[in-house]
Design a protein around this ligand. Structure first.
Ligand code: ADP
Ligand code: MG
Length: 455
């Protein structure tokens, strides 16, 4: 029998925030494997199933995780991550569609390579996808690809704003293919993960295995390809993977937040190839679609919400589907905790913050614009790699403002500042917090900007 320690309780809370803080891909790819192991006083020990995941988390997310801990428990000095192998996974080995990773052999522990269905969200199926005008084309194209009779258009390129269902559709395709009698080799991963594997393979001199795996699949899906922007050697490698698969008439599915031609920082030869197959965009939601999604989701999580509340939400929460889901979850949590009927009044109260955020509709663009104007710099500098203090400081202020005025994660904010890492954003926020105390001028700047932005 194991008893739950205090710190373990804290971990339950912290781990439930990882997805929000670091973004979907980091969470699905690596962070969700973290488990609480031990509390040695000043040091917390967490575990993951493989050395690969451990190294990756240590190099990219450890500081962030540590700072989440320190937010709730000041006396934590260090976090360590150990490898704790799981041995119940043997039965999966037989299913070769889901285990392209075994190709890597035992030389390197890359056994968590994509292709395994446990990287897929079980809720992201075609059945759970509500179709409306803004997404009907994307839906139809995804369904067609998932039938996989023969490859009609490759690549399928899906693009659209955040939270509109791109990842949902890609997972739905992967599930569908997985459930078909004829097994296909399917790999789904984010562009960020592709880069991580690529770098790891370079370092461990396993490029042959890497290529062997990525160039021998039936379906390759790479999510959020805009992440490759500015990452030239990753693009180079992906270019060859892409060509090899297209030559063999295999199916490629890509997603991005912009159309191929708008993908700055991606080589021209790639952008033009992205348009070779079928390019479809998912438009922002309409009132009708939001209504449909709310009804479907309320039914699925089994709560009875009166029509006027549903209509109110569809009307007010217009940014994206993820926020609609967040609203429903909040309403449900409130009903469960406090009880009482779900009324318009109770909804307004429960969703105060969310509604305010949607009303103000502050975008990262707008924040960057206001901050740039205030400091007399250019918006392009916000996204540039310049490190001059006169550019870097306003950039840090803008990041800090984004954290406070939008609901975006560190990772998502970093993306909008020229593809910077979540840790850069985190560092910026810390730095500005410090400067607010030590530098009265900057503190004044911050106050002025806060006033402008909340006007
Ligand atoms: P994106 O990848 O485009 O940023 P996601 O696919 O992650 O967006 O979608 C965000 C959330 O909204 C997910 O929980 C997803 O299930 C949900 N969602 C988006 N579009 C729909 C839809 N048409 N029907 C049902 N759920 C949707
Ligand atoms: Mg996505």
């Amino acid at each position: 029998m194991k008893t739950t320690t205090n710190k373990e309780q804290l971990w339950i809370d912290i781990s439930s925030r990882l997805q929000d803080v670091f973004g979907d891909h980091a969470y699905r790819g690596w962070l969700r494997f973290l488990e609480f192991e031990q509390d040695t006083g000043a040091k917390i020990i967490l575990s993951v199933p493989t050395a690969f995941i451990r190294d990756l988390i240590k190099s990219k997310y450890l500081d962030g995780i540590k700072s989440l801990w320190q937010d709730v428990c000041k006396d934590i000095q260090a976090i360590d991550i150990i490898v704790k192998e799981k041995d119940q996974n043997q039965d999966k080995e037989e299913d070769q569609t889901t285990q392209p990773a075994s190709k890597f052999g035992s030389k390197v522990s890359l056994e968590t390579l994509p292709g395994n269905t446990d990287g897929l969200d079980p809720r992201f199926t075609f059945d759970n996808f509500v179709v409306g005008k803004p997404n009907e084309l994307a839906y139809a194209a995804a369904l067609r690809v998932a039938e996989y009779e023969k490859v009609n258009f490759s690549p399928l390129f899906l693009y659209g704003g955040v939270g509109l269902g791109k990842t949902h559709l890609m997972h739905a395709i992967a599930w569908q293919l997985h459930n078909m009698p004829k097994k296909r080799r399917v790999i789904y991963l984010s562009a960020e993960q592709f880069m991580d594997y690529y770098i790891r393979s370079l370092r461990h001199k396993t490029m042959i295995d890497f290529r062997d795996m990525f160039r021998n699949v039936d379906v390759l899906m790479v999510d959020d390809i805009q992440f490759m922007s500015g990452k030239d050697s990753t693009q180079e490698e992906f270019f060859h993977t892409f060509n090899a698969l297209i030559d063999q008439k295999k199916q490629i599915i890509l997603s991005a937040d912009k159309s191929p031609s708008d993908l700055t920082g991606i080589q021209e030869r790639m952008r033009s190839r992205f348009g070779w197959g079928l390019v479809v965009d998912i438009h922002p939601t309409t009132y009708e679609l939001r209504l449909g999604i709310l009804q479907a989701k309320a039914e699925r999580i089994d709560i009875d919400i009166p029509n006027d509340v549903i209509e109110f939400l569809a009307h007010k929460i217009t940014s994206n589907v993820r926020e609609l889901e967040g609203a429903l979850n909040k309403i449900r949590a409130r009903a469960m905790l406090i009880g009482g009927p779900i009324t318009l009044e109770a909804t307004r109260e429960a969703l105060k913050d969310l509604l305010r955020a949607n009303e103000r509709l502050l975008t990262v663009d707008e924040i960057q614009r206001q901050v740039a104007e205030h400091f007399n710099t250019r918006i392009s500098d916000m996204k540039s790699s310049k490190r001059l203090r006169s550019v870097a400081r306003p950039r840090q202020v803008a990041m800090y403002m984004c954290k406070n005025f939008t609901s975006k994660s560190w990772a998502a904010i970093g993306e909008e500042f020229g593809g910077r890492d979540h840790s850069t954003v985190m560092h910026a926020c810390k730095k500005i917090e410090e400067l607010k105390i030590s530098d009265p001028d900057l503190n004044e700047d911050i106050h002025i900007l806060e006033r402008i932005l909340s006007a």
